[in-house]
Design a protein around this ligand. Structure first.
Ligand code: GLU
Length: 512
């Protein structure tokens, strides 16, 4: 790598919620910058006023902050190249379009929408590409076909115009992509893209290249969907005389549907039951709500770990990485060219891993608001013990509350399958006997409750296996859960005795 300071940017357009693929792009930029001791910028590309969606920029920042991705410069925290919102940089772009016109690399075009449509129709019938290019521009109304006087007249009359790049008719455009190697395109395949629009705003292409240059961006790491634009950007660097400051391009592979055919879309998420957005999003126009990883209950570390591996292949097939480890290991050389299939099972697996890794006390603190929201009260220490006991069994932390309700309130219903199968005449006698045994215990530990239970079974000439499920259901209402005697010990003597007596007098056998 050259000795140029690494400076990368994530440059989303605020046109809606950030797709999870966008989070991955931001992550790779962040990892790359940190790894090389460089800077990671956030730039909001909002030059297309028609596509602006209120709340999208705030969403993007909140989502990336949640994921632990930090920016050294951006609209929220400023920096030496402020402003970082293109709409606020509006006045900077025209001069570069003018510079291109003066150098003969761009031109004014006055064609109306109808004229452009007619041109495309005409060309579609023939064998040449239906595009505004070195061939077709000769028959259109632009500053290459009109006289200087006419152009002057139109401009001073305020006639609407756009500025287009003037590409050569047939020339190879090549650049080296850090992930894809050499990319070669012939300019005959490219059209004279609009750089500056009639509304006085630059297009994405001009604003993007100008800002990358002015912000001294060393590497452009972005999604594969931008690969077709890269040759045009290369031409802009050349025509603006900035070739020696042209960034290294790296186009990331697409995130594919789990089946592998095509780009992962919101519809796939709805169909297969996983979010495609980092945070929940409510569409301001339609009110439609899309689910998010955060609200579904994913740990941001799990999401980051999963996303890092969707397209990047570290040595030795290692899978678990903290953010710091990712920073250490990440390299563009190990990013693959081919698309990465989204894998829901893997996402769940990562989440469970991080759930098991976390300090129970911290998890308890995080769960406290949700516990209160569910209408329960508990001390944080107690909740931490519930967490430690329950997390093995659940996919998401919040399920500790929904599946472990009985840790916070007496059960109101009892698993009907277990009752149907195991409750016989006299079961209530057993439960009352056990409650009396337990009431006499001085130390209500897991060992003591187990010992007492076994003794009671033996006294009756029965096996513990005959009563185990009844015991669990009587105290928790649920057919499955954590090790039963640990659960009893945590719930405590008073609660357990109360629940056993209650079950004895309230449960009635279920007959088929
Ligand atoms: N504004 C573009 C986007 O929305 C940026 C593409 C790029 O990184 O050049 O993704």
């Amino acid at each position: 790598m050259s000795d140029r300071r690494v400076r990368v940017r994530f440059a989303p357009s605020p046109t809606g919620p950030l797709h999870i693929g966008g989070v991955r792009t931001a992550l790779y930029n962040y990892l790359f910058a940190r790894k090389h001791g460089g800077d990671c910028l956030l730039r909001i590309e909002d030059t297309d006023q028609n596509r602006f969606v209120p709340g999208a920029e705030e969403y993007i920042l909140e989502a990336l902050t949640w994921a632990g991705i930090r920016f050294d410069e951006g609209p929220h925290n400023g920096g030496p190249h402020a402003p970082y919102r293109q709409s606020e940089r509006k006045d900077m772009y025209r001069q570069y379009a003018m510079q291109l016109i003066e150098a003969g690399h761009a031109y004014y075009a006055f064609d109306t929408t109808e004229e452009l449509d007619a041109m495309r129709e005409r060309l579609k019938a023939g064998s040449t590409p239906a595009q505004y290019d070195a061939v077709s521009r000769g028959s259109m109304r632009n500053s290459l076909t009109l006289s200087a006087d006419e152009v002057e007249k139109k401009l001073s009359a305020g006639e609407p115009y756009v500025i287009r790049i003037k590409l050569p008719r047939k020339e190879e455009v090549r650049f080296h992509d850090a992930i894809r190697g050499w990319v070669v395109v012939n300019s005959s395949q490219m059209d004279d893209k609009v750089l500056f629009k009639s509304d006085g705003m630059p297009t994405y292409h001009l604003a993007n290249v100008v800002d990358d240059y002015l912000m001294d961006i060393s590497h452009v790491i972005r999604g594969e969907e931008w690969l077709p634009s890269a040759p045009l950007h290369v031409m802009l660097y050349r025509y603006l005389g900035w070739e020696d400051r042209m960034p290294v391009f790296a186009h990331l592979p697409l995130l594919l549907k789990p089946e592998g055919n095509g780009k992962l879309s919101k519809r796939d998420g709805d169909r297969l039951g996983f979010p495609v957005f980092p945070l929940q999003w409510t569409d301001p126009a339609s009110g439609e709500v899309s689910s998010g990883y955060r609200e579904t209950g994913y740990d941001p570390h799990a999401v980051v770990n999963m996303l890092a591996l969707l397209g990047w292949h570290p040595s030795f097939n290692r899978e678990l990485f903290t953010m710091d480890e990712l920073i250490q290991e990440f390299s563009l050389e190990k990013v693959s060219k081919s698309g990465a299939k989204f894998d829901l099972q893997k996402a769940l697996w990562f989440n469970h891993h991080y759930l098991m890794e976390k300090d129970p006390a911290q998890l308890a603190a995080e769960l406290m608001p949700q516990l209160q929201e569910a209408g329960y009260q508990a001390e944080q220490d107690y909740l931490a013990k519930v967490v430690a006991m329950m997390r093995e069994k659940v996919g998401f932390a919040k399920e500790i509350i929904s599946q472990g309700k009985y840790f916070f309130q007496d059960p109101e219903t009892f698993d009907s399958q277990v009752i149907a199968k195991k409750w016989k005449a006299g079961t209530e006698v057993f439960l009352n006997e056990l409650a009396a045994d337990y009431a006499a215990l001085e130390v209500f530990s897991a060992e003591a409750t187990e010992e007492t239970f076994k003794t009671r079974c033996a006294t009756r000439g029965e096996t513990p296996g005959q009563w185990m499920q009844i015991l669990r259901v009587a105290v928790s209402g649920a057919a499955a859960g954590p090790p039963v005697f640990e659960m009893l010990s945590l719930l405590g003597k008073e609660t357990i005795c109360r629940r056993l007596n209650h079950a004895a007098s309230h449960i009635t056998p279920i007959t088929a």
